[in-house]
Design a protein around this ligand. Sequence first.
Ligand SMILES: Nc1ncnc2c1ncn2[C@@H]1O[C@H](COP(=O)(O)OP(=O)(O)OP(=O)(O)O)[C@@H](O)[C@H]1O
Ligand SMILES: [Mg+2]
Length: 279
Amino acid sequence: MATGETTREQLHEENIQLRRQLHEAQKMTALGELVSTTTHEFNNVLMTILNYAKMGIRHKDDPTRDKAFDKIMAAGERAAKITNAVLGMARNRSDDMVPTDLASLIDESLVLLEREMHKYRIQIEKVYEKDLPKVKANGNQIQQVLLNLLTNARQAIGESGHIVIRLKVDTANNTVDMSVRDSGSGISQDKLRQIFTPYFSTKDGPDETGKGGAGLGLSACRDIVNSHNGRIRVESTVGKGTCFTIKLPLAKKPAPAPAPAPVLPHTNAQPSPNMLAND
Ligand SMILES: Nc1ncnc2c1ncn2[C@@H]1O[C@H](COP(=O)(O)OP(=O)(O)OP(=O)(O)O)[C@@H](O)[C@H]1O
Ligand SMILES: [Mg+2]
């Protein structure tokens, strides 16, 4: 009996340890990917600066030099944005949850993926509701979630397509909802059940940017969202695309509403797209 108890406890403890290690592993993978992405982005900016500087030196006329300076200035500003995004992450290494503005977090993250998305001819559209309240979150962790979702979306699209990132408030649940919708391959019902399982992957291995194939991205997303007391949902239609929605609790609870929200009638109808939620 006592042995049984100990074994169960040991297994439980081992399980917690393994999950922690898994979480660390995804964090390291994400960090490695981020270093690779930023180095490529930065290199691209440097090439622009060097090429326009050469052009300015070669051609002494004012219009050419003005153009060269404009391009160098724009590239320099972009370089500053990239370093700001990386420094922001380096500064915030704790796991603290603080009031966080999701719109700026998304904008900062997108700076890091601009070149990559451009290379694969993927258009990104941002649709943010106005005056969004802050959420209680750890910026680095949510950025890790976003980068995982965007990389998955990009890989599901392959070449040429679009991604829509939406932010809206859910007043009934006191959350801000961040969704990433792609025009990619979609996920079949049988696979949908497994996508959050650690090591589940349909990819052969890392792609030419060194990303994907570990099968840890979505399991890390789910763990992070759960630790925020949030929800992650997915909706997908094969051949049309996939939409992941992350619901994060507001940093400040709004004043109580005068009347309770109406209860929606329950329906047993099957939704047409494949759906899965972590609750
Ligand atoms: N937006 C998407 N569209 C289609 N399939 C997706 C999408 N996101 C995830 N998947 C499927 O879910 C699987 C698991 O995703 P996950 O991010 O956990 O792992 P991965 O991308 O294969 O590897 P990595 O851990 O390196 O990110 C993917 O292999 C893919 O089959
Ligand atoms: Mg992935």
